[in-house]
Design a protein around this ligand. Structure first.
Ligand SMILES: *Cc1c(COP(=O)(O)O)cnc(C)c1O
Length: 351
């Protein structure tokens, strides 16, 4: 949609909400004597509340991503953005969200926590998306559609034309979770932001940036949508240590790009090795930092690897994922040990 109206689509009590106004909302600046927030006056580097809107950090991220600061929301992980999107735009006990399946589990958990109906929409068996059928599955109560590209746990990108069709035809918000976009050879969906005011793109510093412990995620969308997320977030949702850590990491972006290059090279190499390994029934192609494989007995492979000290994720209970195991790309040495362990499992004939 090109003229999405966030005010019309928002939950009525959130539209009418008067948000909490913090001391730093009411006055900000430098070189003042701050006696307004009941902070300690003794400088420890952390005695002051952090910037509630993370202006310095947003400036840096906006530049990195090529968006403007008012198109950017920062959350305590992208999980916070997922939760807030649902809370702002879906009415408990009445509205619903739809998500592709298999995909990231948090969409359903956040819907459940908020009392929002959840409709999984099954991908094709090759994990591609059929837009006309998805659009037919949308109900009058469906307020948000969650897509994920590259998708977790499948690893594939969604087709740009397919996502465009959904953006054009669905009246509500289309959230594209791009947690793994930095590993992908495709351009992703940020370039469509100016064109579609119902598009929300989620990215994170948890995966390619190597900062899962910092908890910083991003939502990028039309400023009218971002304003709603800011209205309901905790006043100081991004702590000072996290803001500092991410600013520092962005200053060393070359280092991150080098690491991404190494992970992508390892991923491609391991896909080739796995493809030739007997006992591996299928290696799904991946644009992320993990590979999904199919084996005859996922439980047995999972336990066999665990016995050898290697933890992977058994995804065989997910829709379309019979016999599937998801393996994250580690260091070259970790990957070598993983491949050796898999070969041993094959040779001892337990595969
Ligand atoms: C890992 C992952 C996230 C996690 O995001 P955080 O920023 O760590 O909260 C979000 N979406 C998908 C699809 C993921 O796989």
């Amino acid at each position: 949609m090109k003229n999405f109206d966030a005010n019309k689509w928002a939950r009525p009590n959130i539209r009418d909400l008067i948000p909490y106004s913090s001391a730093r909302d009411e006055f900000s600046g430098e070189d003042y004597i701050f006696l307004d927030a009941n902070e300690s006056p003794f400088n420890s580097g952390l005695n002051r509340y952090p910037d509630p809107y993370q202006c310095e950090l947003k400036k840096s991220i906006a530049e990195l991503k090529g968006c403007s600061e008012n198109q950017l929301f920062l959350g305590n992980g992208s999980d916070e953005a997922i939760d807030l999107l649902i809370r702002c735009f879906a009415e408990p006990g009445k509205d619903r969200i739809l998500s592709i399946a298999p995909s990231y589990g948090m969409y359903m958990v956040c819907a459940d926590i908020n009392g929002i109906g959840f409709d999984p929409f099954l991908l094709n068996s090759d994990f591609s998306l059929d837009p006309p059928t998805l659009l037919q599955s949308v109900k009058p109560e469906t307020k948000l559609v969650f897509l994920c590209s590259p998708n977790n746990p499948t690893g594939n990108n969604l087709d740009e034309g397919a996502v465009r069709q959904i953006l054009e035809s669905f009246q509500g918000l289309v959230v594209v979770d791009e947690a793994y976009q930095d590993f992908s050879a495709k351009p992703g969906f940020l370039p469509l932001l100016e064109q579609f005011s119902n598009l929300v793109v989620l990215q994170t510093f948890s995966k390619a940036w190597g900062l899962a412990g910092v908890r910083l995620g991003m939502a990028m969308a039309d400023p009218s949508v971002i304003a709603y997320l800011n209205k309901v977030k905790y006043p100081y949702n991004i702590n000072q240590l996290s803001q500092d850590a991410v600013l520092k990491a962005i200053g060393e972006v070359d280092l991150v790009e080098k690491k991404i290059g190494m992970i992508v090279a390892e991923r491609n190499r391991i896909m080739d090795v796995l493809q030739k390994m007997p006992g591996i029934l299928k290696v799904f192609s991946s644009d992320a930092n993990f590979i999904l494989i199919r084996v005859a007995d996922a439980g047995e492979v999972y336990r066999g690897l665990l016995d050898k000290g290697i933890v992977v994720r058994d995804r065989s209970s997910m829709p379309l994922c019979d016999g599937c195991i998801r393996i994250t790309i580690g260091t070259a040495n970790e990957n070598k040990l993983m491949l050796e362990a898999l070969v041993e499992l094959v040779e001892s004939n337990s595969l």
